[in-house]
Design a binder for this molecule. Structure first.
Ligand code: ZN
Ligand code: ZN
Length: 276
């Protein structure tokens, strides 16, 4: 199983960090978690295309995690020679969000249906709203989800992917909570979106300070990783993005609370775990 941090940014535009998105390759399939700004560029960089995705799994409906849904759906649709519905999983609200996105795409869909004789159907999407338990299950890969705590944003979920005798967790935006602890238990790789309060507090913006109360800090992510006996903690969605050369400060802050490996992710970082 391979995990790739496609986009490690946040709502703050950054030329080097695309919006939140993570790819997991497992059991011969490719699963995309969230679809933030620039996801298809980073997906192509990882050697994948929207037509090769098995499913899109959303952690929550904040714009930074969903803003390129239109691009995922449209590009998959126009690139595929046959109808290729995309399975989309996400918390309650996902169906309405996807429906509204497809509605917003109606003008373009009309243009393309009118122009291409071999394109006879609009983009297909099969949405399943999830809250906890098994999301995907096959002999090769099992994906489960659990509720997370990103209040007042609700509901939100994180995902645990088990394959090849290994476990990867894509937690999304959340503070420490029981659901998160369930997900990370014994994980090989735990990908956590984080903020760094000591830096944010120096920025004179009340709106930015608001983000502190519904994201894990670096310390909280490290504490969650320690409780779960995690092997590798991957910090992503870094707010504010570290200045080059300061990544060691982030790692040191986590390492004070967690004995395992700590990675400050960049776009395209990847790790293979388990038997393949
Ligand atoms: Zn969020
Ligand atoms: Zn976010």
């Amino acid at each position: 199983m391979e995990v790739v941090t496609l986009g490690t940014g946040s709502p703050i535009p950054d030329p080097n960090r695309a919006g939140p998105a993570t790819l997991v390759r497992a059991g011969g399939r490719q699963f995309l978690f969230d679809c933030g700004r620039g996801v298809l560029l980073r997906l192509a960089g990882a050697g994948a295309l929207p037509i090769t995705l098995s499913a899109l799994l959303l952690t929550h409906l904040h714009s930074d995690h969903t803003t390129d849904l239109n691009d995922v759906l449209t590009t998959r649709w126009v690139m595929s020679p046959v109808p290729l519905p995309l399975e989309v999983f996400g918390p309650v609200g996902t169906e309405a969000f996807v429906d509204a996105t497809v509605t917003a795409m109606a003008t373009d869909i009309g243009y393309r249906l009118g122009h291409h004789a071999d394109l006879t159907e609009p983009p297909g999407v099969a949405v399943t709203e999830v809250a906890s338990g098994v999301v995907v299950s096959s002999d090769e890969v099992v994906i489960t989800c659990a509720p997370t705590d990103h209040a007042p944003v609700h509901p939100t979920v994180g995902y645990r992917i088990a394959a090849d005798g290994a476990v990867v967790v894509v937690a999304g935006d959340t503070i420490p909570c029981a659901g998160l602890d369930t997900l990370v238990e014994g994980a090989d790789v735990y990908v956590q979106t984080v903020v760094r309060p000591s830096l944010i507090e120096q920025i004179p913006s009340a709106r930015l300070h608001d983000v502190l109360d519904y994201h894990s800090s670096v310390v909280q992510a490290a504490e969650t990783a320690r409780r779960g006996g995690v092997q590798t903690l991957v910090l992503t969605h870094l707010v504010p993005a570290p200045f080059p050369g300061t990544e060691g400060d982030w790692i040191a802050e986590a390492a004070a609370h967690f004995d395992g490996e700590v990675i400050v992710a960049v776009d395209g970082w990847s790790r293979t775990v388990g038997s393949t």
